[in-house]
Design a protein around this ligand. Structure first.
Ligand code: ARG
Length: 276
């Protein structure tokens, strides 16, 4: 009798285990499956992974108080994602690591003040443009001999790795104008080197250099006219048509609702930043 009792107990335990394992298995299936929440089940929360390089104020920068990445791009992509009921999770990556991360699926979206270029369009897909910007030349406040690109003959220039500014600087070097291009990982260093005088000038996106100056880096100044006219887009991996459409539709809605204009104002960006 005693023995049978023991066997029953073991049997119950095993049955219980089997039941709970299958229950878990089923749960996994229904949550992993499709993010659209078919079968009328309550929709599972979708979190899009957004990659950015956060030394690019006012578009993306680390908030010293919270140590979180904040900025125009972050607010905008959050608002766009919310239009589809999605949330975003922002990751800090090197600027030159963003496209590979998108291609490998480590991230779903690039939101990093990335200029839409033909070269990049061969590797990734862009949304409609969301910002107009251009490259600007910056020099030390006391510098009087560099007033425009023409004065860069024999000069040293700092740029951020993988950017359109870096491409421009290399072009100027090939043309025999710029003497040396110093490439740094982050824009704070690009700016600091100009201030310290280790380089003669930097080539970087105008609204960003302006923000550095306005936020206290008065040892540098912008000279000459913008060197280029560029447009920023959010990017997704090739073949993600659904996601791209959701972002484009979301951007339209965020513009229509007035939220976009609100964000321009919040980050002190002129109305002319909005692409036509
Ligand atoms: N607009 C430039 C480019 O696409 C610079 C972007 C740099 N962005 C950043 N978050 N650091 O190359």
């Amino acid at each position: 009798m005693k023995k049978i009792g023991k066997y029953m107990l073991v049997l119950f335990l095993v049955m219980g285990l089997v039941l709970s394992v299958t229950a878990c298995g089923q749960q996994d299936e229904s949550t992993e499956g499709d993010k659209e929440g078919a079968k009328g089940e309550p929709q599972e929360e979708v979190v899009l992974k957004v990659g950015t390089e956060p030394t690019f104020p006012p578009f993306e920068v680390l908030d010293p108080k919270t140590d979180k990445i904040m900025g125009f791009d972050i607010d905008l992509i959050e608002a766009i994602a919310a239009e589809s009921g999605y949330k975003v999770e922002v990751q800090d990556l090197g600027f030159d690591a963003l496209i590979p991360a998108l291609q490998s699926g480590t991230i779903d979206i690039i939101a990093s003040g990335m200029t839409i270029t033909d070269e990049r369009k061969e590797q990734i897909d862009f949304t409609a443009p969301y910002i107009n910007a251009g490259l600007a030349l910056a020099v030390a406040e006391g510098n009087t001999d560099i007033k425009s690109v023409e004065d860069l003959k024999g000069k040293k220039v700092s740029v951020q790795i993988g950017t359109t500014g870096a491409i421009k600087a290399e072009e100027l070097k090939e043309q025999g104008i710029v003497k040396e291009v110093k490439i740094y990982d982050t824009v704070d260093v690009v700016m600091a080197e100009v201030a310290r005088g280790t380089v003669d000038a930097s080539i970087n996106d105008l609204p960003v250099t302006l923000e550095y100056i306005n936020k206290g880096h008065t040892e540098i100044k912008i000279v000459g006219d913008p060197m280029t006219s560029e447009e920023y887009g959010f990017a997704v991996a090739k073949g993600k048509e659904d996601l791209l459409k959701k972002l484009d539709d979301g951007l339209k809605k965020v513009i229509e609702s007035g939220k976009y204009a609100e964000l321009l104002e919040k980050y002190n960006l002129p109305e002319s930043s909005q692409p036509k």
